[in-house]
Design a protein around this ligand. Structure first.
Ligand code: TYD
Length: 135
């Protein structure tokens, strides 16, 4: 599947007591959520990612702090600053991705439509470029 990415506004309930964002696993996102993980305690000078997924769909939500998501579709690279806990960045299909410029307090939540599967990863950049040409 060729890569597709877009922003999604999550339902936000804000009142004088604070804010609440609910995510229904079946219906809030454009895919059914099968797995979630979160990333925290990252060094500002470290980069994560450096891989693509063959078919995984994901939603990145920065719950605390900020980081930068870099998405390369084989033709050009776009960067997104993630720092809105009521906003998700949806990524579907082929993108070479890097995450960097983490704030010390960054907590990044990732929701995915498939269980963890090492076979869905592409770790070699040339193999990623070849896959985008076939897509
Ligand atoms: P890794 O893919 O290197 O993280 P990132 O995409 O941020 O660079 O994952 C780090 C380790 O965690 C690796 O050994 C695989 C494991 N892992 C799981 O077991 N389940 C998961 O859902 C994920 C995303 C990673």
């Amino acid at each position: 599947m060729y890569g597709n990415t877009f922003n999604i506004e999550l339902p936000l309930f804000r009142d004088e007591r604070g804010s609440l964002v609910p995510i229904e696993l079946e219906s809030t996102l454009p895919f059914r959520v099968e797995r979630l993980y979160y990333i925290f305690g990252c060094q500002t000078n470290q980069t994560r990612g450096a891989h693509a997924h063959k078919s995984l769909k994901q939603c990145f939500i920065c719950l605390v702090g900020e980081c930068v998501l870099e998405l390369d579709n084989g033709n050009y690279i776009e960067t997104y600053r993630l720092n809105q806990p009521a906003q998700g960045r949806i990524i579907e299909g082929l993108f070479w991705r890097n995450l960097h410029s983490f704030s010390e307090d960054c907590i990044l939540l990732v929701l995915a439509d498939q269980p963890y599967d090492a076979k869905d990863y592409i770790h070699d950049y040339e193999a990623f470029l070849a896959a985008t040409r076939l897509a």
